[in-house]
Design a binder for this molecule. Structure first.
Ligand SMILES: NC(=O)c1ccc[n+]([C@@H]2O[C@H](COP(=O)([O-])OP(=O)(O)OC[C@H]3O[C@@H](n4cnc5c(N)ncnc54)[C@H](OP(=O)(O)O)[C@@H]3O)[C@@H](O)[C@H]2O)c1
Length: 295
């Protein structure tokens, strides 16, 4: 029986992982988040509290899957201290406790560690250059984990453009706006790979299943590329929304507080080669999600 500590269990990815763990009789898990949710079986664990992390880590876990993060990208620009505490210092707390207790760690990071100036998919070995508080603190989190675990069993998975039936995300926003509005302008000069969080959750559980940890950084997104405009057109088409005209616009025409990478396509070669994970085509996964959300 594998024993897992799942952190950030109330967030989008955390909930997708719980959906899988709930079907696995060979895995036992404790779900935690910054706020307890007794109705969902989630206990309170603030990862910025090093003593609390140390204490729970001593309960005989084999794995920690860390889905917790400060993910409000624009708000982060004015909230460096808390963002750094959650995205960097807390990850150091996890790494230190895991190293002491011999626990393997899967931690999630982001495409925002890159500048987005590239024109071919980023590999895990490519130079980083974050241009936002969120990206900078997530990169610091990667460093904290690597430093604290000193080559012990950890895997960092950078991902991008997550959506799912849970929480607030781009797909749910566009489904709502598509019904409320006659027209929408959507950014067409930022390119990435829409990624269904349940697909990433499957990849994470496959790594846990393998029991083989080759310490380092990996990239996972769904397959294929799109702009936010392409993504929106696909959402409207698959959801049968025809009364909203979607038009492309530029990043300049739709300013945001935090810098977004113009190009955030990630190479999945390493995670495929080492763990044999599948990377479904993004439109196929989008169809699955829309079916769930519009049912
Ligand atoms: N969403 C994306 O498009 C995207 C893209 C690239 C990478 N990622 C990464 O993927 C991972 C999962 O993202 P997600 O979309 O599932 O994020 P999410 O829905 O925002 O979930 C993050 C969870 O962490 C919790 N949390 C915040 N501070 C905490 C603390 N001090 N201690 C314990 N838990 C805390 C949050 O609670 P509150 O909600 O109460 O704050 C939330 O439940 C994150 O590492 C994120 O950086 C996400």
């Amino acid at each position: 029986m594998k024993k897992i500590l799942l952190t950030g269990a109330g967030g989008q990815l955390g909930r997708c992982i719980r959906d899988i763990l709930n079907t696995r009789s060979d895995m036992e898990y404790v779900a935690t988040d910054v706020m307890a949710s007794p109705s969902e079986g989630i206990a309170a664990l603030d990862l910025t509290d090093a003593e609390a992390v140390e204490e729970i880590a001593g309960s005989g876990f084999d794995f920690i899957i860390n889905c917790a993060a400060y993910t409000a990208v624009d708000k982060a620009e004015d909230d460096l201290e808390l963002c750094r505490a959650v995205n960097a210092l807390a990850v150091g707390n996890i790494g230190a406790a895991a190293a002491r207790c011999g626990i393997k760690v899967v931690h999630i990071s982001t495409d925002y560690v890159f500048s987005g100036d590239a024109c071919r998919p980023y590999t895990p070995a490519d130079p980083v250059n974050p241009r936002s508080v969120y990206g900078t603190t997530k990169l610091e989190g990667e460093w904290q984990l690597a430093d604290s675990m000193q080559g012990q069993d950890y895997v960092i998975i950078r991902t991008a453009w997550l959506y799912s039936p849970y929480g607030n995300n781009f797909v749910k926003t566009m489904l709502r706006l598509g019904k409320e509005r006659d027209s929408l302008n959507v950014v067409a000069d930022q390119i990435g790979s829409p990624t269904y969080a349940p697909d990433l959750a499957q990849a994470i559980i496959k790594i846990v299943d393998s029991d083989y940890f080759e310490a380092g950084i990996y990239h996972y997104t769904d397959e294929g590329v799109a702009s936010w405009f392409d993504f929106t057109m696909a959402i409207m088409e698959l959801a049968g929304i025809r009364d909203c005209v979607v038009s492309p616009c530029t990043t300049e025409e739709y300013p945001a507080k935090a810098h977004r990478p113009a190009y955030s396509v990630l190479s999945k070669k390493k995670i495929r080669d080492v763990y044999g994970v599948e990377t479904p085509y993004w439109r196929n996964s989008l169809k699955t999600c829309i079916n769930i959300l519009t049912k």
